[in-house]
Design a protein around this ligand. Sequence first.
Ligand SMILES: [Zn+2]
Length: 464
Amino acid sequence: MKYKKFISSFLALICLTLLLPAQSADDIPIQVKRLGERVIVLKETFMENNVVAIASKKGLVVVDTTGLPSTAAKMRKIIEKEFDRKDFVYVINTHHHWDHSFGNQVFADAVVVGHERCLEPMRRDAGFMPRRVEGLKQNLERQKQRLEGLTPDSEEAKSTRTDIATLKRALADYSEGFVSTPPAIIFNDRMNLNLGDMTFKLYYFGRAHSGSDILIHVPEEGLLLTGDLFLDEGWLPLFAGQPVLDIPRWIEVLKAVLDGEDEIKQVIPAHQHFWNRERLAMWRDYIVKLWNGVNAAKAEGLDFAAVQNRFPLEEKYSYLKELGHTGSELQRFQSRNVEAFWRQLFESAAAVVEKTITESGIQAAIEKYHELKAKQEKKYYFGENDFNALGYRLLMNRKVKEAIEVFKLNVQAFPDSWNVYDSLGEAYLVNGDTELAVKYYKKSLELNPENNNAKETLKRLEKK
Ligand SMILES: [Zn+2]
């Protein structure tokens, strides 16, 4: 996914920055767009974040704070200047992700507001910071080498240097003085913030992109802020970001904001270009139609393969191609969504297996897997990605033997998938079984000659 690619190149770039001067505040690229007397949008050109600042009678409200405290600090200055006041009352996070909340600390005088599911992951952020910094440094090293290979005046080198300067700043931000700042006011369903001359209506959207996503509706300004839920440029609408999706809730919330009495003049996602009501309504239709469709298909007794074929992406969504998405990206997007919606109608076999491993050990879990598959296949969903993710969770918790067994089950179930062999190879490698690791990486490469991870790992193993 592009998003992922971007993050890794972001991480990658940090390393080079050690060679170059850090950006001064003057060099931080921020565009300011005024939407009216009381609303401005600040755009950080690096991640294309949209930070919305609204001047209410009771004080200034900021929605999202980017991933860099130094960027947030510059934005704060701009906001103060634009409105000629400094009385920040609230920072609202559209969801907990780092690139929306790491700048919270800059607004320590305001109260941070967010969904209750922000708390746990945001508290964890501080603990993960040393690892994040380490990853950034390593990637910087790789990036340094990359720049050496580029022609100095080429566009690529130029943009690499800009990114590098930003990344150096990120490393400085994260190495010194980062303070995890989770919400002090939380809610779990809906909440209204009364700001005197305007109201902020906050709706929990349900588990979708991050688990903590909310919609923010400011009727007096005709604004609807949608976080990372509805993006179509660079990214695609992320409906399948969580294993469990609260689809009926999404539909209910969208109905409340789209069909309510208040006019929506502007829909502002947390990245990239603005939307309008019509575009959001079009994606609401997408959700409703697909949800009703998979429910009907289940009632008819269809299997997953038949379901995949029944729901191609409708013509009206091909506008996404004009925004740079390729046909195959859109196909993948659609099949991921169909799978994600379909699986909501079943219980997760991987969840049962995981629970059995914890309670009774791997042998009992393998037996449970086969039992479910033989007797209750219609009730359970046996997702390739579910079992793959379970295997990696086990690996991370140093349950290597268990991980190997789970990956083996996945290889049996999906013998044509290159990814399951790659995962099994990795688990064997962690376990020190080099021969078996080589065997499965080779198998993976055979099925997908573009599997660079397998290529590089095999090269490394052959050197030894
Ligand atoms: Zn996000």
